[in-house]
Design a protein around this ligand. Structure first.
Ligand code: ADP
Ligand code: ZN
Length: 732
């Protein structure tokens, strides 16, 4: 080494939000130190971005000192914990994403990196004012009760019923001195023994088992299985209590957090405070404060959507994934990941337990539990002997609806009987809008999205035709745009608005409520309507998947599934499992409080294994069959899958790049590459799509295989984009 060269500046490796597979190197201002996990601001091209300092990689090439740029700012923020940093790297490797893009999911709240400003307060100095008015006397009396206590100006004024100027006047006289109060926590601290539950014998055993896993303070996965209403939530609350007692943080993942008001309330009943929420609907200010307080360890329990997995927990000690089978845990945007699977990884890296809860677990989790890879806890009975609904199929071949209708006589009669008893019915159809297809009876023209390969869905209340993929919408025209014929457009097939119309025609005096995610007024209105239903303010509820999730409607005793076959025919390898889970969940809405209840499934194939499993309640046989099928087809968990999705502005470009990738596929005896095939959703937002499917054996290192394939292929050019999806859930 040449000792004459000028002293090299200290450098750090920083993950920045770019597609680069490696961190960038930056110089530190002299005297600065930044250990791994530190959050910094750095220049990136013309911009300033947030990044996180990571360990230097062994093969980091020294950067030309002339090109080296300096770290702009080191934030006054707790550094990310070591297990969180490892998690970022792990997710990047597993999903074949750039580590900087995964880090970006952690660093989403840039203004949270600066400490929250303290609250301005006042502290009594002990001195007394010379002249006492009535108002001043009240203030001094209050202060005398606890002379050490700091107040906010308005808090003290409010508590004593005086105006702010009285308090300020006393401060001016030296009765108070200014003091900085710590920022208020977003929610109060949960108290582990606030309200001890009275668990049944079965629940107690399960709760003890879960709490024991927490006490082990070691990595473990438990599958908590039990029918809706058996007390899964009640029992995993005990694991939360145990974790709180150990001074650690808890993360509860929920698939539909914006709507789980009941969960927040139940948590409050048990722990005396709500958990902090985390979802995309939060106001920016709330997000920042929650992020910061999670990082500081001041928030103990977070209940959130999948993105909560990337919060910077200071001392996480338990994760619960409720409804672990739910497809909403899969993110299909930028970084494609399954939050359920990554949560297991997070627990493993952090060396703490994780609980996966579901009435209808994913086949993968069920298999792992049966194999003893996961601990297995089952609740066999509904709480308080509440009977499960009696489930029956309505064979639409034998009992067809009236012409133009979608509700069979048998279902209509059941609704009538429910009305007569003064109880509630749910008509479930997982399709928003009025009709999924509109066509012209004169020329056969079908209304299709100009930018997607999808029919436009009629929304009659809004008088619009809408694309459910890109949001494109147009007015329903009076004449066919193709042939010009007036008044010949017909709606084909039902959506919930159409079912509402039919229900209204059949039951003109009933109070009917329609619920779906695209309803005006958003989450807030939905929540209010849910509450109204729970209070019995509707007789017939018509809704999509949204109503199926986690709501308790005490007076609901009939659930009618308008089209039980809907999910079975879309070419998805998980179609049967998905349909089973959905139907089970929806019918489970009935009879939550002990009244006898019924679930009716309208189907053209009552002999289908899914319908049989639902009706008989014999879940074990269903899972056995599913697992056997998966094993036969070497499908997960008996094999590995990854999708490569190629999109481009022109069909030819997408196809050509798909072919080039296929040519670059390495030879491996355990791996089969299928495609490129035009995607079922061939056009989305004006982009043409092709897919390749990589199918490997159980032991295949599918990431290594994909890496080799991508690096051997030409880089995508022009408008071509390539997206990798390891463990795909959707094949559209
Ligand atoms: P799951 O999560 O399995 O659907 P929950 O924990 O939500 O079941 O319980 C269903 C209902 O029964 C809830 O309203 C809950 O408050 C009630 N419940 C369950 N177990 C008990 C218990 N031991 N004591 C009182 N209420 C209970
Ligand atoms: Zn579209």
């Amino acid at each position: 080494m040449n000792s004459d060269s000028p002293k090299k500046p200290e450098t750090v490796s920083v993950l920045v939000p770019t597609p680069s597979p490696v961190p960038y190197t930056y110089a530190l201002k002299s005297g600065d130190i930044a250990r791994p996990g530190t959050i910094v601001q750095v220049p990136l091209g013309p911009r300033q971005v947030s990044g996180v300092v990571v360990k230097d990689m062994p093969d980091t090439k020294p950067v030309d000192p002339k090109k080296l740029r300096e770290v702009t700012q080191i934030f006054d923020c707790p550094p990310l914990a070591a297990d969180m940093l490892r998690f970022v790297g792990w997710v990047a490797d597993y999903t074949l994403s750039a580590p900087g893009m995964v880090a970006r999911m952690v660093l989403r709240s840039p203004t949270a990196f600066e400490p929250e400003p303290p609250i301005k307060g006042i502290l009594p100095t002990g001195s007394q004012p010379e002249r006492l008015t009535d108002a001043r006397r009240r203030v001094m009396a209050q202060v005398a009760e606890n002379p050490e206590m700091a107040w906010t100006r308005s808090g003290l004024a409010h508590a004593t019923g005086v105006t702010l100027s009285v308090v300020d006047g006393l401060a001016k006289l030296g009765v108070f001195e200014p003091i900085d109060l710590p920022p208020r926590p977003v929610v109060a601290r949960p108290v582990s023994d606030y309200a001890q539950p009275d668990l049944t014998e079965e629940q107690r055993q399960v709760a003890d088992g879960l709490a024991a896993s927490v006490a082990d303070a070691d990595f473990s996965v438990t599958l908590l299985e039990g029918v809706t209403g058996s007390g899964k939530t009640e029992t995993y609350f005990e694991a939360i209590a145990e974790t709180l007692d150990r001074g650690k943080q808890v993360l509860v993942l929920l698939p539909e957090i914006a709507l789980t008001q009941t969960f927040l309330e139940r948590f409050h009943d048990r722990f005396g405070a709500e958990p902090a929420p985390w979802h995309s609907g939060l106001a920016p200010k709330a997000r920042e404060r929650i992020w910061r307080q999670v990082a500081e360890g001041n928030l103990r329990v977070i209940a959130g959507a999948r993105s909560a997995l990337f919060l910077p927990f200071e001392n996480l000690g338990l994760i619960i994934v409720d409804e672990e089978h739910d497809a909403a845990y899969k993110q299909e945007d930028r970084v494609f990941y399954n939050a359920r699977d990554m949560a297991v990884v997070r627990a493993h890296l952090g060396n703490f337990p994780i609980i996966l809860a579901s009435a209808t677990p994913s086949v993968e989790s069920r298999y792992n539990a049966e194999q003893g890879k996961y601990k297995y806890q089952r609740l066999e009975r509904r709480y308080a002997g509440a009977a499960l609904p009696i489930l029956k199929c309505i064979d639409l071949r034998k009992s067809p609806p009236q012409r133009g209708g979608f509700l069979s006589p048998a279902l209509l009669e059941a609704v009538q009987q429910t009305l007569d008893r003064g109880e509630q019915s749910l008509l479930f159809l997982n399709r928003r809008g009025y009709a999924p297809l509109t066509l012209c009876r004169a020329c056969g023209h079908r209304f299709e999205c100009p930018d997607c390969s999808a029919w436009l869905v009629e929304h009659r209340f809004r008088r619009q035709l809408v694309c459910h993929h890109c949001g494109h919408s147009e007015h329903v025209p009076d004449a066919c745009p193709e042939c010009g014929t007036f008044d010949h457009l017909v709606a084909c097939g039902p959506g919930i608005e159409r079912i509402a119309e039919e229900a209204l025609a059949s039951f003109p005096d009933a109070r009917i409520m329609v619920l779906s995610s695209d309803m005006m007024g958003g989450v807030k209105r939905l929540r209010l309507e849910m509450e109204a239903i729970a209070k019995g303010e509707a007789d017939i509820v018509i809704g999509t998947q949204l109503v199926a999730k986690g709501h308790n409607f005490p007076n609901m005793t009939l659930v009618g599934v308008v089209d039980a076959d809907l999910g079975l025919s879309n070419g998805d390898p998980r179609a049967a499992e998905r349909t089973f889970q959905l139907l089970h969940q929806v019918t489970g809405r009935a009879g939550r409080t002990g009244k006898p209840s019924v679930g009716l499934l309208q189907t053209f194939q009552p002999e289908h294994p899914v319908m049989q499993a639902i009706v008989s309640g014999d879940m074990d046989t269903f899972y056995e069959k599913q697992i056997a099928d998966r094993e036969l087809g070497k499908m997960p968990p008996f094999g590995r899958l990854a999708s490569i999705i190629i999109s481009a502005n022109s069909r030819a470009e997408a196809q050509d790049h798909g072919r080039a990738l296929r040519m670059a596929a390495p030879n491996a005896k355990d791996v089969l590459v299928l495609g490129p095939a035009e995607a079922p959703l061939a056009l989305v937002r004006g982009r043409h799509r092709f897919r390749l499917l990589v199918h490997g054996a159980q032991r295949t290192d599918i990431q290594a295989y994909l890496r080799e394939m991508i690096s051997a292929a030409p880089s995508p050019r022009g408008s071509v984009r390539v997206q990798l999806d390891v463990d795909p859930q959707s094949f559209l």
